[in-house]
Ligand binder design. Sequence first.
Ligand code: SAM
Length: 270
Amino acid sequence: MSDDYLATGFPSVDASTCTGVYTQCLDLLDSLPYFKTYKARSDALLDPRAGQTILEVGCGLGEDARRLADLIAPHGRVIGIDRSRRLLAEAQARTSPTTGPAFLQADARALPFAQACVDRCRIDRALQHIAQPQRVIHEMARVLRPGGRLLAYDNDWGTFALSSSLCEATDILQTRWSRAFTNPWIGRDLPRYLLDAGFHDVLVEPSVSLFRDFALADRVYNLSETLARAVRDGAVSPATAEAWRAEQTLLSRTGGFLCSLTAYTVVGTR
Ligand SMILES: C[S@@+](CC[C@H](N)C(=O)[O-])C[C@H]1O[C@@H](n2cnc3c(N)ncnc32)[C@H](O)[C@@H]1O
């Protein structure tokens, strides 16, 4: 069994023997048109301005922090924080030391900043992995200046859907993968969490990612690995797993493969 399961590995990337699994996943996602589109929309909603201080929480490889730094260059400051020293080292290696963002190792539940010191705060697919997500949102509220803006984007794994004639096996696969996340429903919970933390003018935008290729969806959502785990646990028979994979491969070849997920972009003003 691989211990580098994407649904459970992101809370502690540095404990992995193979960080490449996580860097390759993040690079693959960043290359996909859906990701480019929602991140461009997120830049517009965040509305970064020259001279501002922007905090990117759970920054991973720093792609979003670098893009934000470019948007407010030459004036302004972007800081990316992440729990993983290894991802931060890679982020740093990809970043200009003069014009790029600064990176800092920290836990999102205890941000190492004074209150009311940043103008914009952004968190993208990190809350799905962090126990006590409300604590993170309260921390982001604490460090934002009055009138500052928080943008959070995250998945609602309760909407994860695959098309198949093998409904029972599909249901098991969808449920097991979704429930493996620390906070599988975080996307739909974001609006009330922001309101609880004192944000106002809370805006909510859903977006749906759609995969039509089994091999690509398998890399992003660990479909085969999830099914293999279900077989090992006796929840799905080896024959059914084989039939499921054969069906998905055929559907992918003939244009019938469908795998979708709804995520939410939620913006609030401090
Ligand atoms: C799915 S990745 C998303 C990375 C980046 N936001 C992006 O859009 O590519 C989740 C990130 O959250 C980080 N993370 C997980 N738990 C964290 C915590 N408690 N505090 C800070 N970062 C954390 C992981 O190290 C990882 O970089």
